[in-house]
Write a protein that binds this ligand. Structure first.
Ligand code: GLN
Length: 307
């Protein structure tokens, strides 16, 4: 049965997935994230015409974490020729956890894709080279996409990431040893951690990512990236946006998606919708447990999938 998309449908979906809370695990690799209330649950759906549907804690801001990897790639596409990006980072799914070092050593310091930590660190390194103030520029990007001038970094989360940065630092130094890193590692780590520490709500995320549903144009009609680039980012999200859970997510949800360890996921129905969900407890791959279930239900109830 196909239902129409409205707030009541989204409410109903959240009610159905709420029993999953308690069955996952809130990210605890940094103290600042471990403190997040596990019972938060939210969904927001934005149409390419700018209509917004929402339920639960959809206006509460949280740490977007790796969802920012899509925004940093988008920003890099506006500053670099595509071949310059793809000679430093690949387009293949990794099948490994987001912070794994294994492939990096075997593949001479070239990360598998831009949505795992090594790939995002290379992209941040590239932004560091071409932007005079990469942290400030990202804030301008998300403020423009959402129309919200008070969007900001959570400095406590950024600091906490930096204090527990051994693995990300190891990744960056390994790439540097292979010649695939241009700038000072600690400076780039600071940029990367700030991007991860951006605080946004589901409503703001759904609004921001509308450009990926709308052939590269944001809700005001401005071209953020080309239609072809939007299609290519969606393809990368489909194959690599959920780390070693990408196959399961494609099977259950059937939409390009990008998760973060803060419990957020953004998903795209090309030509139609950008969707954001949030539930802090994660599954074994580091993707939101109830969030994935909510997207799975939504895809079935409104009968949307790219397949
Ligand atoms: N800040 C996290 C890290 O670098 C982001 C990872 C994620 O959201 N999957 O480990």
């Amino acid at each position: 049965m196909v239902t129409t998309l409205d707030n009541a449908l989204l409410d109903d979906i959240l009610q159905q997935v709420r029993p999953l809370i308690g069955k996952g695990k809130v990210a605890d690799y940094i103290p600042a994230l471990a403190e997040v209330a596990a019972d938060r649950l939210a969904i927001a759906v934005c149409t390419v015409d700018g209509e917004m549907f929402q339920a639960g804690d959809a206006t509460e801001r949280f740490s977007i974490q790796s969802i920012s990897k899509v925004l940093s790639l988008t920003l890099a596409l506006t500053r670099y020729q595509e071949h310059e990006i793809w000679q430093r980072v690949g387009k293949e799914p990794s099948g490994l956890p987001f912070n794994s070092l294994l492939q990096l050593e075997m593949e001479q310091g070239k990360p598998r894709n831009p949505f795992i930590n090594p790939g995002a660190l290379v992209v941040c390194d590239m932004l560091q080279t071409r932007l005079s103030a990469p942290k400030q520029r990202m804030l301008e990007v998300v403020r423009q996409l959402t129309g919200e001038d008070d969007l900001a970094y959570d400095s406590r989360v950024a600091r906490s990431e930096f204090e527990h940065s051994d693995r990300n630092a190891a990744i960056a130094y390994l790439m540097k040893s292979f010649g695939n890193f241009e700038n000072d590692v600690l400076t780039v780590l600071q940029t990367y951690f700030h991007y991860c520490a951006l605080r946004m709500s589901c409503v703001e995320l759904a609004r921001s990512f509308a450009y990926l549903a709308n052939h590269g144009r944001d809700l005001s009609g401005r071209e953020v990236i080309s239609p072809l680039q939007a299609r290519q980012i969606n393809a990368l999200m489909m194959t690599s946006g959920m780390y070693d859970g990408a196959g399961e997510f494609a099977y259950r949800v059937g939409m390009p998606g990008k998760s973060g360890v803060g419990g957020g996921i953004v998903a795209i129905v090309p030509d139609e919708l950008s969707i954001a969900v949030w539930s802090p407890e994660l599954d074994a791959s580091g993707n939101s447990l109830a969030g994935t279930a909510a997207l799975e239900l939504l895809s079935q109830r409104i009968s949307r999938s790219i397949f």
